[in-house]
Design a protein around this ligand. Structure first.
Ligand code: MN
Length: 266
């Protein structure tokens, strides 16, 4: 068996990441993603990005040099033999087919059931489950309307950039002023969603509270796995035939030369 065959046989790991919030202002996060992808190139079967890859996305036509660089980085990883799938987050739900294609990725519906090494798991960004945050859910319903999105994407780029900046400032203030339980998932919403999909495992991001929670649904054991954000360190869920491991990716000091002003908003 050649070394290439060996790599192919060994590539059974599925990787899940979310909430990187990439932006040109945070080269340290981009650098960590590049290192992570280089490390796993040819060794992972699939990579799932469960939303908020970018801090903000104002349309594929505004991807710019930075977006093109990230697309090329993902494409190189995909060319190494790993499938790449991309789910929208609340920051980058305007990512379209054009950008996904540039990444060599497929766009995923949120939520959806995925069979991971024999286990049926519901994957989602997770913002829909934060049902206690009524103001946010109202805004989400509005922004997810196709007509609203089409209208926004038809606006001149400069105007889109201004609206985007304004929305980010608003979101920052709103999140800061809300008690933490409001911005976390609602347990009843989680239970109802798992029940509706007939699964006993939920995997999501968004809340920036990495953890594995044990649940009880109608007397049966269930789990909720939460991916972490990449503001101060990385977070990955690695899932292979032996099960899953939720891991923290420490960021080396050398790569932290970028600004550290990232705010921990979801
Ligand atoms: Mn989010």
């Amino acid at each position: 068996m050649t070394q290439a065959d060996d790599a192919r046989v060994a590539a059974v790991s599925w990787l899940f990441i979310s909430d990187l919030h990439l932006s040109p202002d945070r080269p340290d996060i981009t650098g960590q993603l590049e290192g992570f992808l280089e490390d796993w190139r040819g060794r992972a079967q699939r990579l799932y990005i469960l939303g908020d890859l970018f801090e903000v996305w104002l349309g594929d036509d505004m991807a710019g040099e930075f977006g093109a660089h990230i697309a090329a980085t993902l494409r190189r990883f995909q060319a190494g033999g790993s499938a790449v799938a991309l789910m929208h987050g609340n920051r980058d739900f305007l990512i379209g087919e054009r950008f996904a294609r540039a990444c060599g990725a497929t766009l995923l519906e949120d939520p959806q059931v995925l069979e991971i090494h024999g286990r049926r798991v519901l994957i989602s960004h997770g913002d829909q489950l934060c049902t206690d945050d009524l103001a946010y859910q109202r805004m989400r319903r509005l922004f997810r309307r196709r007509g609203v999105q089409r209208g926004f994407l038809a606006l001149p780029r400069r105007l889109r950039a201004r609206i985007g900046g304004w929305l980010r400032a608003r979101s920052h203030i709103d999140t800061r002023d809300k008690p933490p339980e409001i911005t976390d998932v609602n347990e009843q919403a989680v239970t109802a969603t798992l029940r509706a999909h007939g699964v006993d495992c939920l995997l999501h991001g968004h809340t920036h509270r990495p953890a594995v929670h044990a649940l009880d649904i109608d007397g049966r054991a269930a789990e909720r796995i939460v991916l972490g954000d990449w503001y101060t360190q990385g977070s990955v869920l690695e899932w292979d035939a032996d099960g899953y491991r939720l891991q923290r990716l420490v960021r080396s000091q050398a790569s932290r030369s970028g600004s550290e002003t990232g705010d921990p908003v979801s």
